[in-house]
Write a protein that binds this ligand. Structure first.
Ligand SMILES: Nc1ncnc2c1ncn2[C@@H]1O[C@H](COP(=O)(O)OP(=O)(O)O)[C@@H](O)[C@H]1O
Ligand SMILES: [Mg+2]
Length: 1107
């Protein structure tokens, strides 16, 4: 399905009329009222045909958003409500699609919104034209040229806080696709007098304030400036700050823009140096100094400022100083130098400042052009945007206003020419007859100003070139002579008597009736400003500057290129550039934006009728409308016309199949519109009177309402019908549901009642059955119980009877037995002796004993004393006998065993027994000794010749001869000794040669000490005071400790009849000479294997570690 396109028209939702051509009736009041009405409804744009009237809203409206751009993009001019975007779109599209160069002429008073309008046009075109990195850069550069030029060329005036003080024409160049390639800017006549002086309430150019507010301290210092407006004479003080303007942030914007446009850092730096120099020039002051020759001479008051300027610009200070004091006039090889008086010096200073600044401005434009110029040589399409100062009428109007107003005259003229031409062309194109119309042609005023012989500008030039004294007054005189008869020139001095008594016209003034009103010009300054003289000394001084930018600004200062011809005057320069501009504009398709200022207060919402009326008049807008309506007020292509009104006729509604023109013809015929009211062009219908159009519109509105009613009617009917049908259907559905529900409910009720009844009946039946069953059961039980009782009774009765019977039988048997016993006893008593029972008993016992012993004999155990076997006991009553028998048997066999021993064996066993008594369970060494036979003489003393001497010395029987270790008391080390025990003595002898070392009688041995552990250490304590005891007790160690101790004990006992004291303790004292040393046994480490070690710990402690 094709997307339905909503066709809109300018005529929809109009406030007043969007196109003044449709105004009915057309007069000044209705015109203003229409504008006012629209202005009050925020409609600031209104058309006159294709011309856009723009009223400055003085506040930002939400009608410039990107969405708006999209809305107006590629739409027909009359399709949407009037907008500057519609005009921009139309211009751009006819440039792109029809290959027609365009120009957009924006005119209006200062503050009417021209510059804003030009920016809107540029931004719209930038938004809709091609995209891409390269294109975007071009766009960006074109757009960013604005802030730079505005900073240097705009200023706050009483009319406008951002008034352009120069004229600007910008050609934007496009390629065949409509992508921007670049641009060229032309500037016209910067108002340079503003540099040195500003009217009350106005400011100098923005850039001065921006530098002082926005530059960093460091940068200011570089430029030798101070952040203080009051320090500079050129800055008017009364309105240095402008409300809503942030100079500091604007400065950053400007620097950024300069960078984007392509200024190099050093270029930017130079530009600001020149600006600083201009500012500082204003601070140079002069004082008069009389010379001897009577001539006045000036001198610079304070040379400090001059010095800084020279440092900043690289000018030789003496050169500049001289240029401010002298003037050299060169004429035909002659050089005449004259001094300058104070006034002349100030004039020279200001002229220099103005020239520096205005040349800097032109340089900036050239520099920007260099950056934005199109890079290709291909043919370009051009769109020119002209934003030139508007018509100016001040209290004091001077040369500048004259020039500006002249320019506006020219623009007005071209406007009239082109509008008429375009109108005529359209009529021809459409094949419609052209009727002539009256309008005011301002060519006569242009002629008054620019005529080559009698024009005011020509006369001013003539005056400036004339030799002799030339003043503004002589110029006025000349004007009075030449122009007196011109109907647009007024002067008091003119011969024309009309103004002789006109007191509103001072003597030093002349007045011109411009198309926009009368303007009175003060003639003072005209000559000077037209001359625009800069003393050659100054331009030469500038050229000598060591500053490339300043040098470039003053090429005429180059002595090599000295030119004695006068430079062209300001007036003639301007005239020439305006002429070029006009020529340029004439080759292009014009688009007009006519800006109107609603009030003088720069305020929103205020619409000053008188002020607007004045502007409408001098802009000739009414005439514009009249021209446009000359033949036919309204025209429209056939297709949109048919589309809009086709509902007014049956044949064309709803569809017309055929050419649109035929459709429109049928339509108009049907509607009965008088034939003189319209005309059929080639592609458009022309309607003579707006009334006809409005009639059509009314009919359309009426018809639309009827159609709407019809649609509404049908729709309502349809809606009601469908609703009814729906309701009916719903009703049936609901009813069926309700019925079903009711039936369901009833059925449920019946069903549940049936169940209740049924359950009652079943219950009743069941209970009845239960009752019967219970009764039956009880009957059965009763019968059983009765039977049981009956059987019980019978059984008990029988039992009782049987018991009775048994008792009786038993009693009979007992009685019988007794009786029988009695009878037997009586019978046999005579056969038994009284002690027979005892004899039988003893006999039986004897038999048993006999049997026991015989059995024992068979079971006797072996004769080994260690055999533990013994037969089990056969009868309990023999228990003690059995045990006793066992003991006796054991003793007997031990005796038997002992009886086998020899004497020697007996001795050995005695000794072993002795040892057991002494050491069993006391010393850990003991169990190991049990199995060892006690040998006594381990050393063969008598056999070994080595011990012959020892043998000889001991004549007694040797009981023990053995090698022992004697423990050295000093260090615990052991030495081998031969230990001998005889019947009476204990001897210790050298092991090697048998020399006796000590001999102790047994009576002197008091005690033997040893540990309880598994070691062979022992101490032999000697009686105190005995001879042997002088060397102290012996501490010895032997493998046969148990045997030696036992033998020592026994020998002592048999010899002295005294028991030797054997002490078993793990800690005992040993007497060493004088001291007593404690010998202590500890469970030691396994360090030395299984051998106990002895160590002297200190004086009083000997430690024996036992494994
Ligand atoms: N379309 C607009 N919307 C909002 N404000 C505007 C518009 N046009 C102009 N202005 C306001 O009016 C002031 C003057 O406009 P400007 O274009 O500088 O006037 P001109 O160039 O005609 O002297 C602007 O600074 C701005 O505040
Ligand atoms: Mg402007």
């Amino acid at each position: 399905m094709a997307k339905m396109e909503v066709k809109t028209s300018l005529l929809d939702d109009m406030i007043g009329v969007g196109d003044m051509v449709l105004l009915e009736p057309l007069n000044e009041d209705s015109f203003i009222n229409n504008l006012k009405k629209r202005f009050d409804h925020n409609e600031v744009y209104t058309y006159i045909g294709s011309v856009v009237i723009s009223i400055n809203p003085y506040r930002s409206l939400p009608i410039y958003t990107p969405e708006k751009v999209e809305e107006y993009r590629n739409r027909n001019f009359y399709e949407l409500s009037p907008h500057i975007f519609a005009l921009s779109d139309e211009a751009y599209r006819s440039l792109r699609d029809q290959d027609k160069d365009q120009c957009i002429l924006i005119t209006g008073e200062s503050g009417a919104g021209k510059t804003e309008a030009s920016k809107l046009v540029m931004s719209y075109v930038a938004a809709v034209c091609g995209k891409g990195a390269e294109v975007n850069q071009v766009k960006e550069q074109l757009l960013q040229s604005n802030p730079v030029l505005e900073a240097f060329g705009n200023a706050k005036t009483v009319r406008n806080d951002n008034s352009s003080r120069f004229g600007k024409y910008m050609d934007i160049e496009f390629d065949f696709k409509g992508d921007p390639l670049g641009g060229v800017i032309s500037n016209y006549l910067l108002e340079k007098s503003r540099v040195v002086k500003q009217p009350r309430g106005e400011r100098n150019f923005h850039i001065f304030y921006q530098i002082l507010s926005g530059a960093s301290e460091e940068f200011l210092c570089k430029l030798k400036l101070e952040r203080d407006f009051s320090r500079y004479n050129y800055l008017g003080l009364d309105s240095a700050k402008v409300n809503g303007v942030d100079d500091a942030s604007n400065f950053r914007t400007v620097r950024n823009a300069m960078q984007i446009v392509g200024f190099m850092d050093h270029e930017t730096q130079s530009v600001f140096e020149v600006v600083a120099a201009v500012l500082k020039l204003g601070n140079i002051e002069f004082k008069p100094e009389s010379r001897a020759n009577g001539l006045d001479e000036s001198k610079i008051k304070d040379k400090n400022e001059l010095k800084e300027i020279c440092e900043l610009t690289g000018i030789d200070q003496s050169v500049l100083e001289r240029a401010f004091s002298f003037r050299t006039v060169e004429a035909k090889q002659e050089k005449v130098s004259t001094t300058l008086n104070v006034a002349q010096a100030y004039y020279a200073r200001d002229a220099l400042a103005k020239n520096l600044y205005s040349r800097l401005f032109s340089w900036l434009v050239t520099r920007i052009n260099e950056s934005i110029k199109a890079q290709t040589k291909v043919r370009k399409k051009v769109m020119g945007v002209l934003d030139i100062y508007g018509f100016e009428i001040f209290e004091d109007n001077s040369f500048e206003q004259f020039i500006i107003n002249y320019c506006n005259e020219k623009l007005q003229q071209i406007f009239i020419e082109l509008t008429l031409k375009e109108e005529q062309e359209e009529y021809i194109r459409e094949g419609i007859e052209w009727t002539n119309i009256e309008y005011f042609n301002n060519a006569i005023i242009c002629d008054l100003i620019e005529n080559n012989q009698t024009g005011i500008l020509a006369m001013l030039d003539e005056e400036c070139l004339r030799p002799g004294t030339v003043t503004d007054d002589t110029f006025l005189e000349k004007l009075n002579q030449v122009c007196a008869t011109h109907q647009h020139f007024e002067s008091r001095m003119s011969k024309c008597s009309r103004f002789l008594n006109d007191t509103s016209l001072p003597h030093s003034c002349f007045r011109i009736q411009h198309y926009a009103g009368k303007v009175m010009y003060q003639v003072e300054g005209f000559v000077d400003k037209n001359n625009d003289l800069l003393y050659r000394d100054l331009s030469q001084a500038m050229w000598k500057a060591n500053h490339s930018l300043i040098k470039a600004l003053f090429p005429e200062g180059n002595p090599a290129k000295i030119n004695l011809k006068r430079p062209p005057t300001a007036g003639s320069q301007f005239k020439a550039s305006v002429a070029t501009l006009m020529k340029n504009l004439q080759t292009k398709n014009p688009n007009y934006i006519r800006c109107i200022k609603p009030n003088d207060k720069k305020a929103a919402h205020i619409f000053n009728d008188a002020l607007v009326c004045h502007q409408i008049r001098y802009l000739g807008l009414l005439e514009n409308v009249r021209v446009r309506r000359a033949g036919y007020a309204f025209r429209q292509a056939y297709e949109p016309c048919l589309e809009r009104y086709k509902m007014l006729c049956k044949q064309t509604w709803p569809h017309w199949r055929g050419p649109a023109r035929a459709g429109v013809e049928v339509l108009f015929d049907e509607l009965g519109i008088p034939e003189e009211e319209f005309s059929f062009g080639r592609s458009k219908i022309f309607i003579r009177n707006p009334r006809t159009l409005f009639k059509l519109e009314d009919l359309r509105k009426q018809r639309l309402e009827d159609l709407a009613t019809l649609i509404e009617k049908i729709y309502r009917g349809w809606k009601c019908r469908t609703r009814f049908l729906l309701m009916k259907k719903s009703q049936i559905v609901i009813a069926s549901w309700v019925r079903r529900h009711a039936q369901q409910k009833r059925y449920q009720k019946i069903k549940s009642s049936a169940i209740v009844v049924q359950s009652y009946i079943r219950g009743w039946k069941a209970r009845k059955l239960l009752r019967e069953l219970k009764h039956l059961k009880r009957c059965n039980e009763a019968a059983t119980i009765i039977a049981a009782y009956w059987h019980g009774t019978q059984a008990r009765r029988e039992l009782k009877r049987l018991k009775e019977e048994a008792r009786r039988k038993h009693a009979v048997a007992v009685i019988w037995a007794y009786w029988l016993g009695l009878k037997v006893r009586r019978e046999y008593r005579k056969y038994f002796r009284a002690n027979a029972g005892r004899k039988i008993y003893e006999f039986t016992l004897q038999r048993l004993m006999q049997k026991y012993f015989l059995e024992m004999k068979k079971k006797m155990p072996s004769l080994s004393p260690i055999d533990k076997n013994w037969p089990a006991r056969p009868y309990l009553f023999l228990d003690s006998t059995h045990k006793e028998l066992k003991r006796i048997f054991h003793l007997w066999r031990c005796k038997k065993y002992r009886d086998q021993f020899t004497d020697q064996q007996k001795l050995i066993y005695e000794e072993k027994l002795e040892a057991s008594e002494l050491f069993k369970d006391k010393k850990a060494l003991y169990p190991a000794s049990v199995g060892q036979p006690f040998q006594g003489a381990y050393l063969e003393i008598s056999e070994n010749p080595k011990y012959k001497k020892l043998k000889d010395a001991v004549d007694e029987k040797i009981i023990i001869a053995e090698v022992v270790n004697k423990i050295n008391r000093a260090n615990g080390k052991a030495t081998s000794r031969i230990f001998l025990l005889t019947k009476n003595n204990v001897l210790l002898a050298d092991q090697k040669n048998g020399t006796i070392k000590s001999e102790v009688p047994l009576g002197d041995v008091t005690k033997v000490s040893m540990s309880s552990q598994n070691d062979g250490f022992f101490a032999v304590h000697l009686k105190e005071g005995s001879e042997a005891a002088t060397k102290g007790d012996f501490l010895l160690s032997s493998d046969h400790l148990i045997e030696m101790a036992t033998k020592l004990y026994r020998t002592t006992l048999s010899q002295t009849k005294q028991k030797l004291n054997i002490e078993i303790s793990d800690e005992f004292l040993v007497q060493f000479k004088q001291d007593k040393v404690c010998v202590k046994f500890i469970q030691g480490s396994q360090k030395n294997g299984n051998i106990p070690t002895c160590k002297r710990k200190n004086n009083r402690l000997l430690e024996v570690a036992v494994p």
